[in-house]
Design a protein around this ligand. Structure first.
Ligand code: ADP
Ligand code: MG
Length: 289
């Protein structure tokens, strides 16, 4: 069995003035979970609590039914974590960085050698092993950080915005890579970019102001806004009004008119419209804009 149960986690900062997590509850089993929410939603806080780098005010995290606080080292040994803040070791070569991290994680020397060789292949950085991290591109740095998170063969892999600051090609590479390594693991990956997780996640978890808004497969979630996504044609002078009145998820020009994709609880008044099949991006807009 492999299960992580996040139970009624409350976390405040500034002596209770900021509520980062508000009774957040969620059960995770093997597969990829996309933790989706805007900046400040509580994603990093949740990840820091799951990885036991931060203590909750109340609530608990159970790994296979046991409190992670009680498991201590036993829990850390099954954990891989890529934090959002890049603690950069710019003067380290990639190879040295991985050896250093392996030592910190208590990986045996003999195992470390094999593991590092294999991981460099997996993240496609073998030819850069002896270059300094300071010379790496954003995408290479992110891959190096993912590699360190995998050194101990974690059963639980926590990736905090692994695609932040990457160009589309690098995003795709990371995405494919995550989906490749996810087998038999619980993988939790945070992002505010829908396309990062839309097609690889078994479940999407929507988090807003520290609360679990919704979770489930993409189809189930978009089903919640069935009949709320409309296509309308407008004149350019109407654009401002439409944008004030509705959540507009897409706009394009067509034959002198503007076609707007809008997300709305009610059918747009005064326009002829066409119903569209909702996407996760529409849902994101519906909940977060
Ligand atoms: P996310 O990762 O989704 O952007 P965070 O977990 O970083 O969200 O932040 C959640 C909330 O907690 C935000 O309002 C943020 O400003 C606040 N917060 C996070 N870390 C701290 C901290 N160390 N001290 C005070 N407030 C914090
Ligand atoms: Mg964050």
């Amino acid at each position: 069995m492999l299960e992580l149960f996040i139970n009624e986690i409350v976390k405040t900062y500034k002596k209770g003035a900021v509520k980062a997590l508000d009774k957040f509850t969620m059960k995770l089993t093997p597969g990829v979970y996309g933790l989706l929410g805007p900046n400040g939603a509580g994603k990093s806080t949740l990840m820091n609590i799951i990885t036991d780098n931060l203590s909750a005010d109340s609530g608990e995290v159970l790994y296979n039914g046991e409190n992670i606080k009680k498991l201590g080292r036993d829990y850390r040994s099954v954990l891989g974590y890529m934090p959002q803040q890049q603690g950069l070791y710019d003067d380290f070569t990639l190879n040295r960085f991985l050896w250093y991290m392996a030592a910190l994680k208590g990986v045996k020397k003999k195992d470390a050698k094999e593991k590092i060789t294999a991981l460099l292949e997996t993240v496609n950085l073998t030819s850069s092993a002896h270059k300094k991290l300071g010379s790496f591109s954003g995408g290479m740095k992110q891959r190096a950080l993912i590699a360190q998170a995998l050194l101990n063969d974690p059963k639980i892999l926590i990736l905090d915005e692994p695609t932040a600051g990457l160009d589309p090609k690098e995003r795709i590479r990371i995405r494919n890579f995550v989906s490749e390594i996810a087998e038999d693991k619980i993988v939790l990956i945070s992002t505010h970019v829908v396309s990062d997780v839309e097609f690889i996640a078994k479940e999407i978890i929507l988090i807003k102001s520290g609360r679990l808004l919704a979770h489930g497969g993409c189809d189930k979630l978009t089903g919640d806004i069935e009949n709320k996504v409309f296509k309308i044609k407008i004149k350019s002078e109407e654009l401002k009004k439409v944008q004030e009145q509705y959540r507009v998820s897409n706009l394009y020009h067509e034959g002198g008119e503007i076609v707007a994709r809008i997300v709305s609880d009610t059918a747009p008044d005064g326009y002829s419209f066409e119903l569209l099949k909702p996407t996760l991006e529409d849902l994101y807009l519906y909940n977060f804009e």
